[in-house]
Design a protein around this ligand. Structure first.
Ligand SMILES: O=P(O)(O)OC[C@H]1O[C@@H](O)[C@H](O)[C@@H](O)[C@@H]1O
Length: 322
């Protein structure tokens, strides 16, 4: 594993950017055996990029992303916990993990023939931002620690978030990996080249139109407006298995699974693209960059059992370039 590179590159679909790795906030993982690499920020334990051994970048980052720690980073993989969206208004949208600086777990770096990776951790006591003044505020008796493990090999990246309830009171939670896939050649609106297969039979909650329905056999594509849909699995489906076509010559297989204290929980998914009008309205997103991305976000969103004191929940996604 390289520990002190001078600069690294991460990608939008039309450009790449060099980051100063002398910045203490940047973590670079290189899988020496294959040459695959991944760039993270300690702020948010935020994956900014993953590039396969073949040199294919899978993750999109906004060219206008705010990187100074004053806001959540637009693009990459924002971590959402203890809530997705803002069902509980007493603290911020998508929770506090993406707005606080994490610490590298000492001695956690590894680089073997099989894979390279690292762990970062964040404890509630070290959370300074976005706790709100209610459920997770400073007065709460709730306590938890989150550990993110990122592991890469030649063509896949695995992200595992472990959530430990360090307190005695149980808490409700949701967790989601808000992954921005880079759509090669800016083809996000091309239904042949950019689509998601594997949600057939899932219950769809369309947050834009307000409709709910069961998805038929068609793949999910980005319509002529913003897409913001939650896909809930039918009874009996537990793990998520998707194939994401992300532009020219870019197919990704995504699997995700999660458990609460050892009991598996059905995995939901969200598909989001801001389209033109919302992209233009977002200060931290290039106005044309909706062509470069599709968010496919696996998570534990509904009927998630409470996490009891002293117990652990885990959530994992594996993306593989195929
Ligand atoms: O702007 P944020 O907080 O990063 O959220 C981006 C989007 O994230 C998606 O997952 C949500 O479904 C959208 O409703 C939301 O707009």
């Amino acid at each position: 594993m390289s520990t002190a590179p001078k600069a690294v590159v991460f990608h939008t679909s039309t450009s790449s950017t060099e980051l100063d790795c002398n910045d203490d906030d940047i973590v670079l993982i290189t899988h020496s055996k294959s040459g695959a690499n991944c760039v993270l920020k300690k702020f948010g334990a935020h994956v900014l990029s993953y590039q396969t051994a073949a040199g294919k970048p899978l993750i999109m980052i906004s060219k206008d992303a705010i990187m100074d720690g004053s806001a959540a980073i637009r693009g990459g993989i924002p971590l959402c916990f203890p809530q997705f969206g803002q069902p509980d208004k007493s603290y911020l949208q998508h929770g506090f993990l993406r707005r606080n600086k994490w610490t590298v777990v000492e001695g956690s770096e590894f680089d073997t023939d099989d894979a390279a990776g690292i762990k970062l951790e964040l404890e509630l006591k070290d959370v300074t931002v976005a706790r709100g003044d209610g459920t997770w505020g400073n007065d709460t008796k709730l306590n938890c620690k989150c550990i993110l493990t990122v592991s890469i090999d030649d063509k896949s990246m695995t992200n595992t978030l472990e959530m430990q309830n360090l307190g005695t009171d149980a808490f409700d939670f949701q967790v989601l990996l808000h992954t921005y896939y880079l759509v090669a050649m800016g083809k996000a609106l091309d239904h042949e080249l950019c689509n998601v297969k594997g949600f057939e039979g899932y219950m769809v909650d369309d947050k834009v139109s307000g409709e709910t329905y069961t998805l038929g056999s068609d793949p999910v594509t980005i319509p002529d407006v913003i897409i913001d849909r939650v896909y809930t699995p039918p009874d009996g489906t537990i793990d998520l298995n998707l194939t994401i076509a992300a532009g020219v010559d870019n197919l990704v297989e995504l699997t995700a699974n999660g458990d609460v204290d050892g009991t598996k929980v059905p995995v939901s998914g969200v598909v989001w693209n801001p389209h033109k009008i919302k992209a233009e309205a977002m200060g931290d997103f290039g106005s044309d960059q909706y062509n470069d991305m599709i968010c496919v976000e696996p998570g534990l969103l509904s009927n998630v059992p409470q996490l009891k004191g002293g117990k652990t929940a885990t959530f994992t996604q594996v993306m593989t370039s195929i």
